[in-house]
Ligand binder design. Structure first.
Ligand SMILES: C[S@@+](CC[C@H](N)C(=O)[O-])C[C@H]1O[C@@H](n2cnc3c(N)ncnc32)[C@H](O)[C@@H]1O
Length: 242
């Protein structure tokens, strides 16, 4: 038998077994470490969420005159007037004009709940108007001589059912262009508002990452300025293209 024969191969097998065990332990340790890190990160995110909840964006002040365009079932107007955030609790209902493109009859047919909502809005003192074309606002006698701090159109959509994507996008772009031109003379005159101002986000003492800039909407503190137009859109294509 060669020197170290049986004894040698036993030693080698033992060494190989030990190496395998060591490797297995290392892998297990790495996996446990990864789990621990994940748990710590999750706990941090959770704690952060509790300590500093995201501030809601409230694009109005309690003294704004507001024109709402293209309301569907008037649920946005209802939220603003009947269930306002604390900051807008004293916003006078008479400061708000809520409009729909549909006739009153069409509106209630499409959205049966709108009848009750409109009645509640009117009772509160909101002026509700139907058949208001966003691109021809100067045609409405009720709007004559009035100016607004905010003219708002949530989710403009021509709704022409155009299947061709490019033509559909174009028709919505033209709608928005027409709206902007039509709405401009109805905006309160004044200096251009400072809408966004960057400020440093307060640093979490446990956070090792770099400091981030945060955009703060200072419109509420810097106005009574020139009125502004607010358009909201879904943040996905094709809506982002108009
Ligand atoms: C996607 S819906 C959004 C409805 C509502 N603003 C909302 O956010 O739920 C688009 C609205 O724009 C309206 N609209 C379409 N063309 C318009 C126009 N020329 N002037 C005013 N509103 C228009 C439609 O009647 C519809 O109510």
């Amino acid at each position: 038998m060669a020197k170290g024969g049986k004894k040698g191969s036993l030693k080698a097998a033992l060494a190989s077994q030990q190496t395998r065990l060591k490797k297995k332990k290392e892998v297990e340790h790495a996996a446990q470490h990864e789990e621990r890190i994940k748990a710590v990160v999750q706990a941090k995110v959770k704690a952060k969420g509790k300590a500093a909840p995201l501030r809601p964006t409230i694009p109005f002040t309690a003294t704004d005159n507001i024109l709402l365009i293209g309301e569907g079932n008037f649920s946005f107007a209802r939220a603003l007037v009947l269930h306002p955030p604390a900051e807008l609790e004293f916003l006078p209902a008479s400061n708000i004009i809520a409009t729909a493109y549909d006739s009153e009859e069409e509106c209630y047919k499409k959205y049966p709940e709108a009848q009750e909502i409109v009645a509640a809005l009117r009772e509160k003192g909101v002026m509700v108007l139907f058949r208001v074309d966003a691109t021809k606002l100067d045609r409405f006698s009720a709007l004559k001589e009035r100016t607004f701090d905010r003219i708002v159109w949530n989710f403009p959509h021509a709704g022409k059912g155009i299947a061709d994507q490019d033509r559909n996008i174009l028709s919505n772009q033209l709608l928005i262009l027409g709206f902007l031109g039509s709405a401009a003379p109805f905006l309160t005159k004044g200096p251009i508002p400072v809408v966004n101002k960057a400020r440093k986000r307060k640093r979490d003492p446990d956070d090792d990452g770099p400091e981030e800039d945060e955009v703060e909407d200072t419109a509420d503190t810097d106005r009574r300025n020139r009125g502004t137009i607010l358009i909201t859109l879904r943040n996905v294509a094709p809506y982002t293209l108009w």
